[in-house]
Design a protein around this ligand. Sequence first.
Ligand code: NAI
Length: 462
Amino acid sequence: MSYRVTLIRGDGIGPEITESVVEVFAAGDIPIEWEEAHAGLACLEKFGTPLPEATLESIRRNRVALKGPTTTPIGTGHRSINVAIRKAFDLFANVRPARSLPGVPTRYNDVDLILVRENIEDTYAGVEHWQTPDIAQSLRLISRPGSLAVIQYAFELARRLGRRKVTCVHKANIHKATDGLFLACFREVAQQYPELETDDILIDNACMQLVVRPERFDVMILPNLFGDIVSDLCAGLVGGLGVAPGGNIGNGYAVFEAVHGSAPDIAGKGIANPTAILLSAVQMLHHMGLHHDAERVETALRYTLVSGIKTRDLGGNASTREFTKAIISNLPPRAPDAAQGATEPPYQVAMPTPRSPESEGWQTVGVDLFFHSPEPPRNLPAQVGALRLRAISNRGVPIDPHAPPERYLLNWYRARYLAEAPLSEGDLQAFLQAITPHLQWTTIQRLYQKEGQPLYSELQAE
Ligand code: NAI
């Protein structure tokens, strides 16, 4: 019995390091049949697209892929292939273990963390707009279903792996709505896992604690952007990017890849370290239930490192090929009676049904208008229908447009209009028709209030 897996070799060092996995798996008789597919810059040059439909089809068919790094142009050009694949298959959890390796000297030698990062939302939703020629804005999207999915996955992973503690890392003191929602989802899911210790910590403190006493953490769950940054910090704790693996997991699909990129500075030189992609392949084998083969590869890798055979980034002088050959020579034989294949089905997250503002008793009580103005806006109408002008702010700070400015002001403002009673759609349309001739608006935001509760105001969150 063999399992078919999509293999994307990628750009830069991608072909060199994925070849290492292919050779180790072949030598170890590991029952994986590779189906090659293409993505990345080289693919763009060859096939006219960085992510062909045939590649997505292959992942759809096989449900599991191993992906080499792909090059993403910075600032311009095509969007990240990784982000596109994560979105195409709703790979909501990015799982990045950080475990000390023998023979890889670092400040700590007993780090054993698993970082689970939300993988679709946050600023990575990619909803960005120019507001004026000087101001770019990114929408930080955190949803309840998206947060619940990844948090449930993190808890389930912790349970299945017999871990002791799950920590939510956030910035809910400042991002009261977005990180506040993520933290609320964490506390909700935690109740279903009473055997696990849980706590939460602010992202800034978490970074400090990680470098001072990493043993404080076990499984960590973070929103996307924080997770991206902190996972590189964790990679640094165990020896750097060359040894940091990762898996992108969704309901029914999984794509495994190293944390590092295509390393154009060393591409083609035959010196890249294949450890991270090999550990990603080990993670993939565990995901597929091929635990025995996963352990064989990891044992061979660890033994090779302990014996002092290392690539240059780890202080050795082995080439990628020499390192690969050493791993192959260290592969333990397969136990004839080892269980092959999944012993339990991959965990499926039950996605909640989306709720509507109406079903939750939310009422429209106002509007935030964002607009361009060369001067502080002094002529906005104080009252339009039932809506009264309550605040004008600049970069989130309330201002008095009639007072001499006390600080530097951007030429982009927010005006908040609120009504005493809930507004109808007709009221809103009439308001917008009346107000828009007075300003050059860029964004119009509806403000909700839950019946009987105060309006949450970001104007007070400075
Ligand atoms: P990078 O991770 O490619 O390289 C950073 C540094 O680490 C370089 O000095 C490189 O030589 C070294 N390095 C990385 N992997 C190594 C390995 N296996 N063995 C030895 N040394 C290694 O990051 P960089 O330079 O910022 O990005 C290069 C390209 O990769 C960019 O186009 C970026 O968008 C892309 N990228 C792709 C990722 C992916 O496909 N998963 C992830 C991160 C970046």
